[in-house]
Design a protein around this ligand. Structure first.
Ligand SMILES: [Zn+2]
Ligand SMILES: [Zn+2]
Length: 476
């Protein structure tokens, strides 16, 4: 956190980074002189890049304010050039108080006898073959001095404004009071390659009087996060709190324990009197207390998951599960598998050469123990789902299934199945659901056709033929 030293009549914040504890190994704060920018180095492993990212968090006071400094841009640029060196990946973010209209943030090419001559090193031509638009949109057509300085900084450092070039913010929405665009993400072209979306969220008075929050989605390396934080993820007993809901903002404010806040405030005042004796641990302690006050208000307002689940009615629970099924059928199947894995019952295993039952049209089904499972793909034998080439690759192929398991273990932190064949069967069932149904329709619980179930079981058999089937909500 950096604070501006000069204290004016109107209180005005500093700049700081907030990040999740699990990412701390990937982030290094770089200490510099400038009060207008705070730098960090983001590890290349996190972003799957060949080089680290230089991230600059910026606040430039308005042209009209008493903090105003025409040197702000040159000061930031000096540090940028020094820290950047030959690095490719740069991202600047923050409030530049510069209005740029839709003026170019790159130098135009000069043409001489139809040959392009570049005056400066310039990546703009790359935009023509990328998903990002070369020219940006901006709802704010006005410009100011700082806007011009900002555009100059972009041009001479081969950086480009992200606003108005991608995704939800392709229109270049206002970032301040619905009248101006002064907050930006600005990136090198190389960094643009991992940007997936940008958005401007609704202003919220809790975070800023006039500015709207800006979001940037980038591709990250999940494998790396999990590898680094395996312990953290597996043993974390964090309770999930319901998502922020702007409509409950007033409730949230009311739930903040003012008496606790006052006690904390008094302690901060006392500490600030003896500021030279305050160390990092004390500051962290105070911050933890503040966090607890905020988290407790959030829990009361938006609810904790386990608590909410305990009070939820049966019908509500049913519709919740139904929606889960629609969103993520393979995940629901996993949970069913796990919750009943301990109740393995007697086996049921008609031999491969047994005659097809009367309800089968495709000729490849076998008898099933319950009515619900007696489902055929209803194709003619030649087109039976279990015999088409896709089935062999997507559902039965060991390498494909191993990849699915790898992904699941990495991304969702499931324990690897110690029974190898059972693991493959479960992955194959999940693959089938994804391949064939995409999603389970509400009130239309899909059963994997018998022909397909047995093709999977034949390839990855249980040596003791312990298949419990569909009736327990589990495909073994
Ligand atoms: Zn059949
Ligand atoms: Zn079939």
């Amino acid at each position: 956190m950096k604070n501006r030293r000069k204290i004016g009549r109107v209180k005005s914040g500093g700049i700081g980074f907030a990040y999740k504890e699990m990412l701390s190994d990937f982030i290094e704060i770089i200490d510099t002189e400038s009060k207008f920018v705070m730098w960090a180095r983001i590890d290349k492993a996190l972003l799957n890049l060949e080089e680290d990212l230089l991230l600059g968090n910026i606040y430039i006071p308005p042209e009209t304010s008493s903090y105003a400094s025409n040197d702000a841009f040159s000061e930031i640029e000096r540090e940028l050039i020094h820290l950047k060196g030959n690095k490719k990946h740069v991202l600047l973010a923050g409030d530049f108080n510069g209005r740029t209209g839709i003026d170019h943030d790159y130098y135009e090419f000069l043409y001489e006898d139809d040959v392009q001559i570049e005056l400066f090193e310039n990546s703009i031509y790359n935009f023509e073959t990328s998903i990002f638009s070369k020219d940006r949109n901006n709802c704010d057509v006005t410009k100011n001095t700082y806007g011009n300085l900002l555009l100059e900084m972009c041009k001479s450092n081969d950086l480009f404004i992200v606003n108005g070039r991608i995704g939800d913010n392709i229109d270049g929405l206002y970032t301040c009071k619905n009248v101006s665009t002064v907050d930006y993400f600005i990136a090198s072209f190389d960094f643009f390659q991992i940007i997936e979306n940008m958005n401007i969220l609704q202003n919220n008075k809790l975070f800023s009087d006039v500015h709207s929050p800006l979001t940037l989605d980038v591709k990250v390396n999940i494998d790396e996060i999990i590898e680094t934080n395996n312990e953290f993820l597996n043993h974390g007993t964090r309770e999930y709190i319901g998502k922020w809901d702007s409509e409950k903002e007033v409730n949230f404010v009311n739930e903040i324990d003012i008496s606790k806040l006052n006690v904390l405030n008094d302690r901060i005042k006392i500490k600030s009197l003896e500021i030279e004796n305050v160390d990092e641990n004390q500051i962290n302690g105070l911050l933890d207390e503040l966090n607890n006050i905020i988290i407790s208000a959030a829990e009361k307002t938006f609810g904790k998951f386990t608590e909410r689940l305990q009070h939820i009615g049966e019908d509500q629970l049913r519709s919740l599960v139904m929606r889960l099924c629609q969103r993520n059928p393979s995940f629901v199947l996993d949970v069913w598998n796990e919750s009943t894995a301990s109740q393995i019952q007697g086996g049921y295993h008609p031999p491969p050469n047994s005659e097809a039952p009367s309800w089968c049209l495709c000729s490849f089904c076998r008898e099933m123990p319950t009515e619900a499972e007696r489902v055929c793909c209803r194709q003619v034998p030649m087109n039976c789902y279990s015999r088409v080439p896709d089935f062999g690759i997507l559902i039965l192929d060991e390498a494909v299934l191993a990849m699915c398991q790898r992904y699941r273990e990495d991304a969702l932190v499931f324990e690897a199945d110690d029974d190898i064949n059972r693991g493959f069967r479960h992955s194959a069932y999940r693959q089938f659901i994804l391949w064939h149904h995409g999603r389970l329709g509400a009130g239309n619980r899909k059963v994997i056709p018998s022909c397909c179930v047995w093709r999977i079981r034949d390839k990855y058999p249980d040596p003791f033929s312990q298949y419990t089937g569909f009736k327990d909500g589990r495909l073994s």
